[in-house]
Design a protein around this ligand. Sequence first.
Ligand code: NAD
Length: 378
Amino acid sequence: MKEISFRTNIFIGENSLDRLMKITSEKVFIVTDPFIEQSGMMKEVTNRLENKDNDYFIFSDIVPDPPIETVAAGVKAIQEFGPGIMIAIGGGSAIDAAKAMKDFSIKLSPHQQAIKFIAIPTTSGTGTEVTSFSVITDEVNQVKHPLVADSLLPDEAILDTTLVKSVPASVTADTGMDVLTHAIEAYVSTNANDFSDAFAEKAVQLIFDYLPRCYKDGNDLEAREKVHHASCLAGMAFNMVGLGVNHSIAHVCGAQFHIPHGRMNALLLTTVIEYNAEIQGFSAGGQSFAAKKYAQLAKIVGFPATNSRIGVNSLIKHINQLKKELHLPVNLRACGITKEKLLASIGKISEAALIDGCTPTNPRKPTTKDIESIVEKI
Ligand code: NAD
């Protein structure tokens, strides 16, 4: 038996930020990064709070791939301020850090009042506004830890397209590929079901149709909205059924080599598809569960897929075309990682990726040797 539930209420469309005007007489703890704090986006939030006699505090120390120390500082600030509501506005880093801060704060002081959590994504990538995940970085050991708990699920998510207009082209490309990876990994997860498939299929379709437009013109609001929705849909899919080894390796390599999360996922995506589908150098198969699912996905999105092998290959071909359009690096070397540097840490990477929380739902059970082989190929 599997339970399918959606706890986060999602607000979309024009003026969705006005939802914040419903907050009355509350202490509001806002978590964000320095860029968002200084941009007009923060005013969009605080203007709506000031109308209603709210006392608010802005914690804006978030950096990309938030470290444990930032979360600890946030917990301290929450306990001093005593909020009834938290608003996280920013990319995945700000929202994830805020989710962890809230969780640890409540664990440390179980008698403190419940804190309502509102997530406002300003990138279209992680889907964290609807997931029970929070990825926190251990900088000393250079590993990212995906925390998973129902208590991390936001109560509300506000998807306001105007907030993503300013995302630079390279971040648009990276985060958009994160969406595609979430949707594809959820689609072939060992837990995949008709419900998660529906969300994943729509997300993949929207990414292929609209991500290149966002990349070319950040002010194309129609395309921005579609990709923002795709990000949330893919988040709903993987929150239901988990991810796979693409993310496991990305968590380790991203922390090790300081490569943005979405870009790291993009580097791995087609090699992981080949591995899971057991084709091209991994074995002569092509008939696995994953191969059939990839082909089914290719067919739904409108790519040639007269049999599994053709379907998998056309999905790979279109992903490579998309990466080219987005000017994404073709391999680790293009990201400045030399062969020597890679070989020096490949053992550590494969061991850490094997025990990452995303590995158990991968459709093919990897060994450390398999992971090494995937990493060597990229
Ligand atoms: P990010 O939050 O690190 O932001 C990347 C950069 O974009 C930052 O410099 C930020 O200031 C800037 N930025 C954000 N919004 C902007 C805007 N509107 N205009 C201009 N610049 C803007 O990047 P991200 O990809 O959104 O998040 C990555 C983090 O999320 C990683 O730590 C990753 O591991 C994690 N993650 C979490 C989940 C989950 O389910 N919790 C899923 C995938 C990834």
